[in-house]
Write a new protein. Sequence first.
Length: 355
Amino acid sequence: MTEKMNLIVNRIPSPTWNWLKMNETSVKEVAVSSDTAYILHLPEEMGGYVASASRLPQVKTGLGYDLERAFEMERLTSRLITIPEGDHFDQPARVDMDLSERDAVANQLEIHAAHDSEATVIVNLRAPRDQKGDVIVQIKYDIQKNAKLKLVTVQSAGQGMRVFFDLGGGLADSARFELIQVILGGQSCYGNYSDLAGKFSSIRTDIAYLIGRDECLDMNYVAYHTGRKTDTVMNVSGVLEGNAKKNFRGTIDFRRGAKGATGNEMEEVLLMSDDVVNQTIPVILCQEEDVEGNHGASIGKLDESLLFYMQSRGLSLDEIYQMMSRAKVEAVSARIEDQKTRENILAILDQRENC
């Protein structure tokens, strides 16, 4: 069964001037379907279960309330991945999503990392370049004391595919969450809301995106600090080509009681055309005095002297642009330990360049 809904997503925690049109994003007639597109490949001893509803209904996510309401109204099932207490997995869990010949998919996944556990989960979402439709992926995580979860997501989709990738979860004492995301095309809305409630908990986010002609990317990432001596690192690096559009909202929110907390966020955007539209809002909110936060953005085109130097070495403008675009993505991909995933990203880049 497929229903179409109007959604408001990616509300920024602290609204800015309305004329900027960045406080939230409104999307019309999003197809919400119970169709399941993913296949789980789990290491031995790692549990995978089907649940009739979310086990973490109280958890906030980056895209927000409307998407949560859509899952509840359609009574969509959820899949659970459980990482047992004390277990450290060398092999990653894989979630493969092939959207070929699917025009509406809505999937929910929850990851429960028990005390002192450590694991990597890789989500690979792919669709043909000419595929049209809506895909919704919501992932919630619960990271217990001293546990470490590394989540890697790779998404490649064409201009006609709308992708809603929603993340949210909580961290207990000394828990660590590492998020690596590679976004290669499509009409995409991405978000993550991490609640750093446990003391000494930390999150590191590394995002690379490559958005081309007639594509757009809308993002909302929130690190909510309530625990003492918590830490956030948020790095975003991307390339905009053609007439691509991109909005980035990055918020580090230090709440009262988060003494000794630290947070750093930075976005680097490479503009490859005069027709691209880029909007970036790095935000730090503070209710606690004993904290340290830094934020910034670097946005611009390739330096003229660099272009001249590389052209003098025999490279064409197209070759220079392709090389610099790949470098942005490959720098983040290098943090992915799984060779198969890195090779997959390179293959997608090759395919985009040959289109």
